[in-house]
Design a protein around this ligand. Structure first.
Ligand SMILES: Cc1ncc(COP(=O)(O)O)c(C=O)c1O
Length: 325
């Protein structure tokens, strides 16, 4: 019956405000991208969060943890280095809770990111684009040292970041699947991999945790290579079973595949993660593989990634230039 087929889960929950509505994201099976019949591939759509990325969970945890510890009170300025998503999430949450926000980010991120931050009332401080997110981190640390009135949550070293996944994302995945054989996510701060990895391995020590890392010198927005010299303090490398490198080219190809084959309008890091998830899943005979769709594609539209053929992107030099996404 049509009614039954159109019938949905009753509701994703009822909440007092938009901050509380963070999380509870859908887990969607991708049948066409699964490498073999016995292997089921699931995407956890973090793009369904209020500002469109996984970082809503983290930003909420960073601010509410500081509130609970008495470290901040409304009116205090929050300072954070971020290449985009965490800043956008913090901007929304800080505007709701009454904290002015200063975001330090590379000057070559897309115009959409700048506008989203401004839209939520954040102040932007630009760091040199060629230094990537490491340059933003260094500049923010200097600013915080010079002015003690800032509160810097510092997602790279704050346990509230992985905890947001340990208590949130991972629990939601385990509510839906009896067994998780492999979990794949991108490596940025490492929060997603650490929090989910720890919780999923507590449930099943055999769950294989796979990190998608950009090739050194190729900067997929939001991701970092541990070989570039900075290992975020929250990362415990022993929790990662595998680290697999992915090129910008493959990240874009798989971003397109997610769109064309499965109807998912995801960000470029999700293409990188999907490429690695499918490659790693090929090595299983059967089982459930979960990967993270960290954000949606709106912020990357101006790069042309979704509309131009790969050859054109290549010819225009878009693939070499992380600044386009
Ligand atoms: C688009 C995108 N993908 C992936 C990640 C990586 O997540 P994490 O910081 O939890 O390692 C980020 C983090 O900044 C991101 O913005």
């Amino acid at each position: 019956m049509l009614e039954e087929r159109l019938g949905n889960r009753p509701c994703g929950g009822k909440y007092g405000d938009i901050v509380q509505a963070i999380g509870h994201t859908p887990l969607v099976e991708l049948k066409r991208l699964s490498p073999k019949p016995g292997v089921r591939l699931f995407a956890k759509l973090e793009s369904y969060n209020p500002t469109g990325s996984v970082k809503d969970r983290v930003a909420r945890a960073l601010i509410e943890d500081a509130e609970e510890r008495g470290a901040i009170q409304p009116g205090q300025t929050i300072l954070e280095p971020t290449s985009g998503n965490t800043g956008i999430s913090l901007a929304m949450i800080c505007s709701r809770k009454g904290y002015p926000l200063k975001v330090v980010m590379p000057d070559n991120v897309t115009i959409e990111r700048t506008q989203l931050l401004q839209m939520y009332g954040a102040e932007i401080v630009y760091s040199p684009g060629e230094q990537g997110s490491n340059g933003a981190v260094a500049m923010a640390l200097d600013m915080a040292e010079a002015d003690a009135s800032y509160y810097m949550p510092y997602q790279y070293g704050n346990q509230a970041n992985p905890d947001a996944h340990y208590h949130g994302t991972a629990v939601e995945i385990l509510e839906e699947l009896d067994q998780v054989d492999m979990f794949v996510a991108g490596l940025g701060t490492g929060g997603t991999l650490m929090g989910n990895g720890r919780r999923l391995k507590e449930e099943n020590p055999n769950t294989i945790i796979v990190a998608a890392e950009p090739l050194q010198g190729e900067l997929v927005q939001g991701l970092r290579s541990l070989d570039d010299g900075f290992i975020p303090p929250i990362i415990d490398i022993s929790l990662l079973d595998r680290k697999i490198f992915v090129s910008n080219r493959d990240s874009v190809i798989w971003t397109k595949k997610l769109l064309v084959e499965e109807g998912l309008f995801a960000g470029v890091s999700s293409g990188a993660i999907a490429a690695i998830a499918v490659r790693a899943a090929e090595q299983l005979d059967e089982g459930n593989v979960v990967f993270i769709v960290a954000d949606d594609g709106w912020k990357y539209l101006s790069s042309g990634v979704y509309t131009k053929p790969i050859e054109q992107l290549e010819a225009e030099g878009v693939l070499e230039s992380a600044s386009f996404w």
